[in-house]
Write a protein that binds this ligand. Structure first.
Ligand code: ATP
Length: 296
């Protein structure tokens, strides 16, 4: 169990954000005494990974009964495949991520990983197998070392450094006067959006999960930083199953498959080139965005 030194009121205020931002902090829910939305079945076994295939099978879900958000989504993400989910704001992209993490249970259908329904396995084992790089990495008021090592409590110092190198933040950290001991967070050094994301990437590299859920940053990074971060994310994704929740299209071109969600339904899917040839919804979103970028 991690040692958390933040005042509880701060924890309370970040709690909602954390759930929404998909951060892997199952332990914190216990700490806050919040009633869990979902509970493990008695004697539930651990999730066993065999490649990391993710299947959404006719998934229906709404945060409240009157308003369905996902209306029968079926999607198979093969082991090692990189799939980007795109679609208009509010179409349900992040909701799919939350269901994969089992923050909520589906109201109909099922979500399976390597054939095991998420409702049948322990949440602890599920959370251990999915690495989340959220839009906005939450930093603890502690050293930058602690903030990376949080990815895996038993990691050695060399492993923490290696993860930071992989996330291309090691050199930045060692250039600081206090190096890895530099305090960050609210009361410490303020990191830029790109640096924070690199801490998130380092944490996830340390955790080394077979499945990655990337909630792409909506916050504006300059285009060079964004490309750089994309390279780091792509490197991290090799040999893993990757689901990217993409709020913009610029970063999804290289995905093995792009899934277009609209009003809680999958309306088309294929590679970037296939979807452009199809000349339907994705193509119009793509050309509209290109025009907007040209104007900007
Ligand atoms: P964006 O690209 O803007 O982030 P999204 O496609 O990721 O959008 P979701 O976050 O999945 O959209 O939200 C889908 C719908 O569910 C939205 O209408 C949203 O208002 C609603 N919603 C999201 N979270 C909750 C919640 N905790 N309680 C109730 N409704 C919610």
């Amino acid at each position: 169990m991690i040692q958390i030194t933040m005042p509880l009121n701060f924890l309370g205020s970040v709690y909602r954000e954390i759930r929404q931002a998909l951060v892997d902090m199952g332990d914190m829910f216990d700490l806050l005494g919040q009633p869990a939305e979902v509970v493990d079945k008695p004697n539930a076994p651990d999730l066993k990974i065999n490649g990391g295939e993710v299947v959404l099978d006719k998934v229906k879900f709404g945060y409240d009964a009157e308003r369905p958000i996902l209306k029968g989504v079926s999607l198979t993400i093969g082991a090692g495949e990189t799939v980007a989910i795109v679609g208009p704001s509010g179409s349900g992209k992040s909701t799919i991520g939350r269901l994969l993490f089992r923050f909520y249970d589906v109201s109909d259908g099922g979500v399976r990983i390597d054939g095991q329904d998420l409702r049948d396995v322990t949440q602890e084992s599920l959370h251990a197998q999915i690495g989340v790089v959220p839009q906005d990495t939450v930093l603890f008021n502690d050293s930058i070392y602690y903030n990376i090592a949080y990815g895996r409590a038993d990691a050695s110092e060399e492993e923490v450094f290696e993860a930071a190198r992989g996330a291309k933040i090691h050199d930045f950290i060692t250039s600081l006067p206090d190096g890895y001991n530099t305090p960050v967070g609210e009361r410490g050094l303020k990191l830029s959006g790109g640096e924070k994301q690199r801490v998130g990437i380092a944490r996830t590299l340390l955790k080394n999960p077979p499945i990655l859920l990337l909630d792409e940053a909506t916050s504006a990074l300059d285009s060079e930083t964004e490309r750089d971060i994309q390279d780091s994310l792509a490197a991290m994704g090799r040999g893993r199953t990757v689901i990217t929740i993409a709020h913009r299209l610029s970063t999804v071109v290289d995905a093995d498959r792009i899934v277009v969600l609209e009003a809680g339904e999958v309306i088309e899917q294929g590679s970037h080139d296939e979807l452009l040839v199809r000349n339907a919804r994705y193509a119009s979103m793509w050309y509209r965005q290109q025009t907007e970028e040209d104007v900007a």
